[in-house]
Design a binder for this molecule. Sequence first.
Ligand SMILES: [Fe+2]
Length: 211
Amino acid sequence: MINDDTVFESGQLSIDLSDLEASFSNLVEDTYAVKGLRSRRYSRYRLSADGKLTHLPQKEFMQSKDINKAVGDVERRFEEVEPKLEGEPAFVKIFETFRDHTGLSPEAVIEAHQVRWNCENKVMIPAPEGTHQDGFDYIGMFMIDTYNLTGGDVLVYKSLSEPPIVKRSLKAGEYVVLNDKKLFHDASPLVPEPNNEAGHWDMIVLTANKA
Ligand SMILES: [Fe+2]
């Protein structure tokens, strides 16, 4: 369980994720990032004690300039996550897994970013803001699929002046959950395979504060 002492945990989802993959082809260009870097959807939910997701009204997404040097203090609006995902056992399992590691109460608001990073013909920097915090109590990064690229190690740091304490390439189904108040994160560049086929990195990122 993530707390002040255990600030990082990782694991492997024990559920078939293939029913989520099609929805990643249906994401919407993230116009706040470098053109072509990523596409995204974003929604907010609560997870009841018995594992039912309730969708909450959309809100603009904003991080302060202190947290995000690339697009801080900018209200970002994204298209909603497709409603059909709320009924997908694999989607719900991701939220339950996040709660298992954080002990979030049913009142906690969980924000979900469904993101595809694109990588074709050139190296892409996945986090233009560099090593950063997201501004929440907890973050979970759940890898759904990687295709036709290398690199993209998830990097976790205790401070901005020390080498990473975690450097890990996540395979489909693998995840990390971390205390965003205590740790910083980043990812190494995405490197395309030497062919002309588009590669991608599909992830669901959950963030939440204690209620
Ligand atoms: Fe982040």
